[in-house]
Design a protein around this ligand. Structure first.
Ligand code: WT7
Length: 658
């Protein structure tokens, strides 16, 4: 982006919080002023939510930026805070996890049972020679053992590196090697789309390339045949036989809790390092504030996989530190039918649902009648995370799932930020469909131009974070230089802007006339059309606002006259006729619709109607690939695509000019 981002769309709909929810909300409007008056005192108060073995001497040490230390000198045990203390407080019989397997098998795990499992697993880790400072790779399906394994690592001070169960041998082995892990915790397999899907063969191949691995701990989930090596130990023959007594030792507030790899657009994956006290403080606070969690009565469900940061912060550490009762689901949303999510909400009376825009748009495509068949009256707060949520998808979520009653919290954050940074508060904020609204109390977010100058309301530019926050990444594992280059050099000290260190998030954003924040997608995706910077998100949202469109992806393709031209890939809603002339007509109508909504500058040069879009395993649209298609280049590596057949279809459509 050379200039500021154009601010094309506007939104006038606004939804104040329901009165009863506002009156009883955990966090009220005063929190913003309290945090602004003394940010560090505010975070110190939030840290008191946790049980510390030793209190801190200093809230924040920022004497060596951008390397932050939070709660300096403090000591605590994360697993104790997530499990033991709830049992000690008399909540041992409270359900921690209602687990639902994909084939329909279930497990109910109370806090007392969780304590037993985590203690047994911690004893097993010790028996296997894993202790404080060691790294453990976790490669598991969405089964309770995934949470148990993470907590057991935290309990003994081992740093876990969870690798998403859908990743390949090379993804797993490079992550094991980069972290120099000693142990892998895996399973024979898990259930996906109605079938057992093996994990162990991938681990066997990866471990063969990873001499650092001494042992492999294997959970039996599917019962499928597995090859066996002398490094392998069954979970049920070790953990389940181990002593249930384990005393958690406190660790320093800056002890490394976990590494989680994120793949950037270029280069090898970055091992994002999170530590103990600040991380747990922020995920605990935000989980309580953003979802208005009432641990006594709420049933919370986050549909993410444990392999992503959302699963770390808002399935494991946030909810469990708050003593929540939650649902954990193993499988896909369309197994055995497309109503599985609503069946689960109805069955467990889920009151807080946290999911992703990609899923919401998929549900839109599947049709309103599916959720309409279920009693969703238990829901009282809905959350969204992972991508900008288009205003129409937001409205669909509100009307069809929230039945026009429940607030929606659109939460912006990243693997790097550890916890939610920008979000409405459900009892405070009058929300606008598609906006993440404002930074949470204690967080300083801004939108700046090329020169790091704050843009006025109505302007667009780069999203930045101005002050350090407790759950910020501490570095990239083993690569401090890359940490500085990636996040702190664009606008940081030394970049010509004085002493201030500014975190560059890599997202485009705008401030509307009221100062509310709108996320506009990754800066790398911004299009430059006839000298105007246009966000892919705004054009996508304009397309989704047409009643015939369920989902769209927009890219800028090289164009001889305009520099870049807008090319859109559109998935029509289920009931829309796209055969022959109807398709041609819809195409023209959609191009005109965008021009009318956003202005002629944003009119797509070309629209392609497609059945699917290429997405990463975490549900993000792969715009880079679509750009290649739009420019008729070769497709390159598509191994992380959910379905590479989609790309074939899309290319064919392109070649025939459709
Ligand atoms: C990137 C971070 C945060 C956990 C899951 C993704 C995009 C995330 C939103 C949102 C607009 C969002 C950003 C961000 N993103 N949430 N509510 N609105 N964009 O974690 O894989 O580290 O991805 O996801 O582009 O930078 P991640």
């Amino acid at each position: 982006m050379s200039e500021t981002l154009a601010n094309l769309s506007s939104e006038s709909r606004q939804f104040p919080p329901p009165e009863a929810l506002a009156a009883a909300a955990n966090v009220k409007a005063e929190a913003y002023e309290e945090a602004a008056a003394d940010r560090l005192a505010f975070w110190a108060r939030q840290a008191e939510r946790l049980t510390w073995s030793k209190s801190w001497d200093q809230v924040l040490d920022w004497s060596n930026p951008p390397f932050a230390k939070w709660f300096v000198g403090g000591e605590l045990n994360v697993a104790y805070n997530c499990v033991d203390r709830h049992v000690e407080a008399g909540h041992g019989d409270k359900v921690a996890i209602h687990w639902e397997g994909e084939p329909g098998d279930t497990r109910t795990i109370t806090y007392a049972e969780l304590l037993k499992l985590v203690s047994q697993a911690a004893n097993t880790l010790t028996d296997l020679g894993v202790g404080a400072g060691d790294r453990v790779a976790i490669y598991l399906p969405m089964i309770p053992e995934a949470a148990v394994a993470m907590l057991a690592c935290a309990r003994v001070g081992a740093t876990h590196s969870v690798v998403f169960g859908g990743f390949s041998v090379s993804a797993l082995s490079t992550r094991i090697q980069d972290a120099d892990a000693k142990l892998v915790i895996t399973a024979d397999g898990g259930y996906r789309r109605g079938k057992p899907s093996a994990l162990k063969p991938t681990v066997d191949e990866a471990v063969a390339q990873c001499p650092s691995i001494e042992n492999v701990l294997v959970v039996r989930r599917t019962g499928q045949d597995v090859a066996w090596t002398d490094k392998d130990k069954w979970w049920h023959e070790t953990v389940e036989q181990a002593s249930p007594e384990h005393k958690a030792q406190p660790f320093d507030a800056e002890h490394p809790l976990f590494i989680l790899y994120t793949s950037g657009t270029t280069g090898k994956p970055k091992g994002i390092l999170h530590t103990t006290g600040g991380y747990l403080t922020q995920v605990s606070y935000t989980h309580n504030a953003v979802f208005d969690l009432k641990p006594e009565t709420d049933v919370y469900w986050c549909t993410a996989d444990i392999g992503w940061v959302t699963g770390h912060s808002y399935i494991v550490y946030g909810p469990l530190s708050n003593g929540a009762t939650q649902v954990m689901y193993e499988g896909t949303p369309d197994t055995p039918g497309r109503d599985r999510f609503w069946q689960i909400v109805d069955k467990y009376k889920v009151s807080i649902l946290y999911t992703a825009p990609t899923l919401i748009r998929t549900m839109m495509k599947w049709g309103d009648d599916i959720p309409a068949g279920y009693d969703l009256s238990s829901l009282r707060v809905l959350g969204s995370v992972g991508e900008p949520i288009n205003p129409e998808a937001w409205m669909w979520y509100r009307e069809n799932i929230g039945r026009n009653r429940t607030p929606i919290v659109d939460t912006w954050w990243q693997t790097e930020t550890g916890g939610v940074m920008i979000s409405p508060l459900p009892g405070v904020t009058a929300t606008k469909p598609g906006s993440a609204m404002t930074a949470l109390p204690g967080i300083t977010a801004d939108v700046v131009d090329d020169q790091a100058q704050s843009v006025p309301n109505g302007g667009g530019g780069f999203l930045v974070l101005r002050d350090p926050w407790p759950s910020m990444l501490r570095t990239i594992w083993g690569d401090d230089k890359r940490f500085i280059d990636t996040y702190w050099s664009r606008f940081g000290a030394g970049a010509g802007t004085g002493d201030e260190w500014i975190y560059f998030a890599g997202d485009g954003a705008k401030k509307d006339e009221d100062g509310a924040l709108w996320l506009l997608g990754r800066v790398d995706d911004v299009m430059l059309v006839s000298g105007h910077n246009i966000s892919t998100t705004e054009v996508e949202s304009a397309l989704v606002s047409h009643p015939s469109v369920a989902e769209s992806a927009v890219v800028g393709a090289t164009d001889p006259t305009t520099g870049q031209a807008i090319v859109a890939f559109v998935i029509p809603r289920g009931n829309v006729d796209t055969e022959g002339d109807a398709g041609e007509q819809l195409n023209v109508e959609l191009r005109n619709h965008v021009a009318k909504t956003l202005g002629p500058i944003a009119k797509p040069r070309q629209i392609m109607l497609v059945p699917e879009l290429p997405k990463t395993r975490s549900g993000k649209i792969m715009r880079r690939l679509l750009k290649d298609v739009a420019e008729n280049r070769s497709l390159g590596d598509v191994t992380t695509l959910q379905d590479s057949a989609v790309m074939d279809l899309i290319s064919k459509g392109m070649n025939t000019g459709k």
